[in-house]
Ligand binder design. Sequence first.
Ligand code: SF4
Length: 471
Amino acid sequence: MIQFLEDKPRDECGIFGIYGPGLDVASLTYYGLYALQHRGQESAGIAVSDGQTIQLQKNMGLVAEVFNEDSLAKLRGHIAIGHVRYSTSGASSLINAQPLSFHYLRGMVALAHNGNLTNADELRYSLGATGSVFQSTSDTEVIVNLIARYGQNTIEEALMKCMIDIKGAYSVVVMAENKLIGMRDPLGIRPLCLGKLGESYVIASESCALDTVGALFEREVEPGEIVIIDEQGVHSIKTMTAAHKALCIFELVYLARPDSVINGEAVTIARREMGRQLAKECQVEADVVIPVPDSGTAAAVGYAEASGIPFKEGLMKNRYIGRTFIQPSQRMRDIAIRLKLNPIRQVLNGQKVALVDDSIVRGTTSKKLVQMLREAGVKEVHMLISSPPILYSCFYGIDTSARSELIAAQNELEEIRKYIGADSLHYLSLDGLFAAVKGTAKDFCTACFNGSYPVEVPEQIDLTGFERRKC
Ligand code: SF4
């Protein structure tokens, strides 16, 4: 049995934290994680503190599978953090699930992390050489060991020192010394935001989680900022600031939920603008604009608005597919794609279609979609992609596949078009993408499109015998 394959980059974690005296923080964290489920489906965990002790529950599975009313009722306290995790195949084990909870010189700490450290192997080796022990293979345990190493200091000082040591992408929530703390890397690669719920505060990967628990969006946590929430309220420490920012532009293209606000704008509006830009760059002769739902929908609406070609829903998405397991035979794979997306013949028959999707990774799904549209009677398929070709792998917490598997890294445009079987194929340019998100190369990481990595990516060395694990 193999898992149903998504031919898309995959986010690897979502984090949530709440400082809420008098509130049922475990249940609120449960709902917050539910809203972040798209960022990780393989394990989920919640840690709750009453100021003295930390209780932790985590397991493999979706949020709704890991927790129930009884288990949440046992998690009593006024501070909570939570985590959802997706990992690359083989790396899924409970020992890598988060939050991680540990005792150190100053008491108990729990921590949850979204991102990927680029110098984790190096740090793991130097920590190991001076006596640290590791239970898991996650980068997060490197941060845990550094906090313990700086245990003579306050937790804030320990985190500031930790930030000097670690490199790469990290948005982190920490629960320690009766405080909830959020920390974001100096380039702000992974998102993190702050919200207010009455007198309480919430930190989350995306604002959709704030909306879900009824918290009001206050602001995004700044790159290089440590936000501390305790009985005095919110304090902020601005630590290392880089000369530029490097928010992952793929959060806006595909990863984040469309109803989240990232970089000051609703993600759905940015995606619609990507479609509008695409229409400026290439007009195709088509009767209808059809989105690949759901991730291509906003861009398709934008393309239709700007091109004047009518928007129609021609592919119906099965919203109940969840984690379906499919036999690895060709026949079953064909059924799997139909299980997920079904073409509506009555809309498509005899039409020239502009098919809008957000990205192509390996091209396998695009090929099947084009074939399905043709079988449904479509006359021409013009494939329009609302981002540039993915040419490089990500080292900052997104599974984009190995470079050898990226169709655009291995093939010219015409070869890709032929492979997927479309009549024409067009990608949005990087300049068009910048115009859509109202930013420049100084604001975003675009490494998977142009190889311009904002944090040096060292040779991947495996000094410990551990396979590298993300998040
Ligand atoms: Fe995002 Fe791509 Fe940069 Fe990774 S390489 S952080 S997916 S923009």
